[in-house]
Design a protein around this ligand. Structure first.
Ligand code: GFB
Length: 314
């Protein structure tokens, strides 16, 4: 990418999209366009086609999507399937017709892998087994997106690449306790418990294991891949090590400085037991990739006054 390349970030107001814009800005890219969903609804084919015909961005980061945590996914599986499938299909068709020189980076998710895997999970595990029920709709849509990118590359010669980020958190996250992801949910629960002198109720057994990737570290990898990678082979983006949910809770509790009691609600789902990523391929491409620890990432969030205010207001 040249510093004046026309770059589109779709989903630029979300957790990952805002981090991608921040990284691009930091690296001196000057022409970043991030249309809001009110400007371009990716579910409306004609709107995305009009946009691509008018703008013809040289690089497109496709990080838009309907996202949520274990409960959001499990409650609205058809919405997660439909919206995420249609968005990437509409975009690929639009690129093919109106902007075939655009390079597209599509983000999937590590939930595309089967429920059970040898750990860590290598990219070749894609389509090798049964999916986890709680996020089947999202996983099938993201899997479809990957295959679509590969087939548009094969048949139409589009320059598409696909990255699979693991569980993420960071500034500008969504702190929705019912439908959101686990790490922002825990950060909010511990902050509220500290403020109110209350207890914290967490879900499941606390035994499942998850990675914790800071959104800006993921964004650094995405920008690097956009500049240095072109292949149909998907690339995991993770830290390569995981924690039990209990360990994550202790780290967040320690950083928020609360003394609260933790209770576990076993009526809530555990989901996939473990999904640690194999990041060998990413490190081969981007050897300097060095994501921060959960403790460091949580500290950055807690040191940001505006974010903390937002968390407590939501
Ligand atoms: O991030 P999360 O909701 O989804 O994490 P997944 C769920 C895990 O955290 C389960 C436990 O083991 C939950 O039982 N947990 C404990 C909690 N307390 C809480 C809490 O307060 N809130 C939440 N949300 N969980 C996601 C997919 O799966 O993985 C996404 O939903 C995406 O679509 C992402 O693919 C990578 O980690 O299970």
């Amino acid at each position: 990418m040249e510093k004046n390349s026309k770059i589109a970030v779709l989903g630029g107001s979300g957790l990952l999209g805002s981090a991608v814009k921040k990284v691009l800005n930091k690296q001196g890219f000057e022409s970043i366009h991030s249309p809001r969903s009110s400007e371009i609804d990716l579910l409306e084919k004609s709107r995305i086609e009009d946009y691509l015909e008018a703008e013809r961005p040289e690089n497109i980061f496709m990080v838009a999507g309907l996202v949520g945590g274990i409960l959001g996914n499990n409650t609205r599986p058809a919405d997660f399937l439909y919206q995420n499938s249609m968005m990437i299909l509409n975009l690929l068709e639009g690129i093919r017709k109106f902007s075939p020189k655009s390079k597209l980076l599509f983000t999937g998710s590590t939930c595309i892998y089967p429920k059970e895997n040898p750990q860590p999970i290598n990219e070749d595990r894609f389509m090798c087994g049964k999916l986890e029920e709680t996020n089947k709709g999202y996983a099938v849509a993201k899997g479809l997106g990957i295959v679509a990118c590969q087939l548009y590359r094969k048949q139409h010669g589009l320059d598409t690449i696909c990255a699979m980020p693991t569980n993420m958190y960071g500034l500008n996250d969504t702190y929705d306790l019912e439908n959101g992801h686990m790490i922002p949910g825990l950060i909010k629960k511990f902050l509220v418990a500290k403020r109110d002198n209350g207890k914290v109720t967490l879900w499941g057994s606390g035994n499942p294991r998850r990675e914790a990737l800071y959104s800006e570290d993921c964004a650094n990898a995405l920008v690097y891949l956009m500049e240095n990678y072109s292949s149909e082979k998907i690339v995991n983006i993770g830290t390569g090590y995981d924690y039990s949910i209990k360990e994550i809770a202790e780290i967040i509790k320690g950083e928020t400085g609360g003394e609260c009691k933790i209770e576990w609600d076993s009526s809530r789902p555990d989901g996939t037991f473990e999904k640690r990523t194999d990041i060998f391929r990413l490190k081969e491409i981007y050897s300097e990739f060095n994501p921060r620890s959960l403790k460091e990432g949580v500290r950055e969030i807690l040191d940001n006054k505006r974010e903390v205010e937002r968390i407590l207001q939501d």
